[in-house]
Design a protein around this ligand. Structure first.
Ligand code: MTE
Length: 306
């Protein structure tokens, strides 16, 4: 069931059906336009004046999902080979309710909201996407994590016969794909478990039937096609850190001041981007969500904890 709720979260907003199709004007109109539409001005915090929704065909055809290959076009070409129904999820670790659950049972009764978030990949491209999803905190709460749950680890499906990128010697990734969040990051109101895009079910290449969306972190934290949730006391390992710890850390907060060892993170290419119109813009600290999340890292050296 799709329920559009009034905006409660600064830095995101819900778009009523009636204005969905005029979103281009809506997005570029900024604060004045939002006020005219009766939306609270608070909803404009973190917006850049020229934020526009990225065309759907780019979001669904230019992907990273290494289980289907390393090319940006591979996921759209091969992800249909993955079976997403039935889908079960194993919940384990420091929680009162653990076990194997059907995906439908976990999300049953929880409201799906639309949130427009910027999304910044570590490879320095970015998008603005109308995600449909459930706040992760509402999903995690039903498992009743205990006081020992300081982190939460997520795992992607491992099924080489349906995921050609998991076959053979070519891949250097130690499957399954793993990601983790600190508990306060996981339960932050901005953190979404995504089940759809552009008002539709989530396409396989974007991580069906559900994937994370942590808008202030580099894209690799937003793990796709999740089959395992584990509450842990210690910081879990994540795939990209495991692969190359000098380049990718656990935190992965978007930070224009800290370059990747092989390229700058000071700016990004907002898609659509072409040779003639690169559409380059400065990257914002925490991807523009600093007002909402910077306090989570107070006192931490973000050069060390990258
Ligand atoms: N999740 C899994 N399981 N496998 C992946 O290769 N790639 C990550 C993230 N989640 C990835 C993943 C990276 S690097 C990015 S940038 C985003 O997914 C891309 O999300 P999108 O294709 O929906 O834009």
């Amino acid at each position: 069931m799709l329920i559009r709720k009034p905006p409660t979260i600064v830095g995101s907003e819900i778009t009523p059906e009636s204005v969905y199709h005029s979103r281009r004007q809506f997005m570029t109109a900024g604060a004045v336009g939002l006020a005219a539409l009766g939306l609270p001005l608070g909803a404009t915090a973190g917006w850049q004046a020229d934020d526009e929704i990225t065309p759907e065909n780019i979001v669904t055809q230019y992907n990273n999902f290494y289980e289907f290959g390393t090319g940006k076009e591979d996921p759209a070409a091969y992800a249909h080979e993955m079976t997403t129904d039935p889908w079960s999820v194993e919940v384990s670790g420091a929680a009162n309710k653990t076990g194997t659950f059907a995906f439908e049972d976990i999300i049953k009764g929880l409201d799906v909201e639309e949130r427009i978030y910027r999304f910044r990949c570590v490879e320095a491209w970015s998008m603005v996407v109308p995600w449909m999803g459930i706040p992760l905190k509402d999903i995690l709460a039903q498992f009743e994590p205990t006081g020992n749950a300081k982190f939460v680890e997520f795992k992607t499906l491992y099924r080489p016969d349906e995921m050609r990128g998991q076959q053979g010697f070519f891949s250097s990734i130690d499957w399954p794909y793993l990601e983790g969040l600190r508990m306060d990051e996981a339960t932050h109101p901005l953190t979404l478990m995504v089940t759809g895009l552009y008002g539709k079910d989530l396409p396989n290449q974007n991580g069906a039937p559900w994937r994370l969306m942590v808008p202030w972190k580099y894209g690799f934290k937003s793990i796709k096609s999740i089959v395992s949730i584990r509450f842990t006391e210690r910081e879990p390992i994540n795939t990209w850190k495991q692969l190359q710890a000098s380049e990718y850390g656990f935190y992965a907060n978007v930070n224009p001041a800290v370059s990747h060892p092989r390229w700058s993170q000071a700016s990004e290419r907002r898609l659509p981007s072409s040779l003639f119109n690169v559409n380059r813009r400065p990257t914002l600290p925490f991807n523009g969500y600093a007002d909402e999340v910077a306090h989570l890292y107070a006192g931490m050296d973000l050069r060390k904890y990258y």
